[in-house]
Write a protein that binds this ligand. Sequence first.
Ligand code: ZN
Length: 300
Amino acid sequence: MSKMIHIVEVGLRDGLQRETVPIPTADKIRMIDRLTAAGIRQIQVTSFVHPKLVPQMADAEAVCAGIQRRPDVRYSALVLNAKGVERAHAAGITDIDLSISASDAHGRKNANMGLQEAVAHFAEMVALARSYGMRVRGGIQCAFGYYVDDVTPDLVLELARQHLALGVDSLALADSTGMANPAQIRAMLASVLPLAGDVPVVLHLHDTRGMGLANVLAAVEAGCATFDTAFGGMGGCNFIEGAAGNVPTEDTVNMLHALGYTTGVDVEQVAQVSRMLAGLLGRPLPGKLYQLTEERHNTG
Ligand code: ZN
């Protein structure tokens, strides 16, 4: 049997958060249901953040209420604070994504918190989510660097150790700036995977410098089995200059299938969702594969 690689779809959150054109809630729900039908088993459906901060996510509750939940699919949401944890819990979310930035400078811009404060705050949020019985994914943003050179692999390892000590259910390393290269990915995973043991390690990669799929390849070969991807290659952080999209779901799945890995995801069905979003936004998306017709895909 070929090895299973798990895809976490983040296009509804990371992918849409910067879009100023409001996407109708009904269309978001349709996209989530179609991604579920495409075989994706982990979908980050929204973020519970202040609507003034991210207007696109103002309908978080309505999105959660509208989706057709399947028992074998995990629907997660990103939160930044206690209010977010409480809103997510009230909306029936069982899987919560919490994170801190390894970069003190980025954290101050993105969350108004320096690293020390963020570490303490993170521990409080984990405890709160746990009190609601939620599964917690602990993330480290800017794990492969920020424009201010304040992130080192040792710091990331220390933060990973702290997340694991708090009992997170999975550990996510985010290349928020898209600065990682395959050599860095290999080196980081060689340290983090033994540390994490049975706790799944997730890579969240941005394709800012065109190294997204090369990094996925390096990571699967190094033993990483879970990736955040966004349909159509959408995404990017508001507080990172020149930020570009996540690695595209359908392009990633297509490559993994070509290499003999299993994902359970149907490339063409995801591509159709990307075409739907391109239509809604009235412009092309960064992904490659969705632009091709089904006959021209290279899936095995
Ligand atoms: Zn991201």
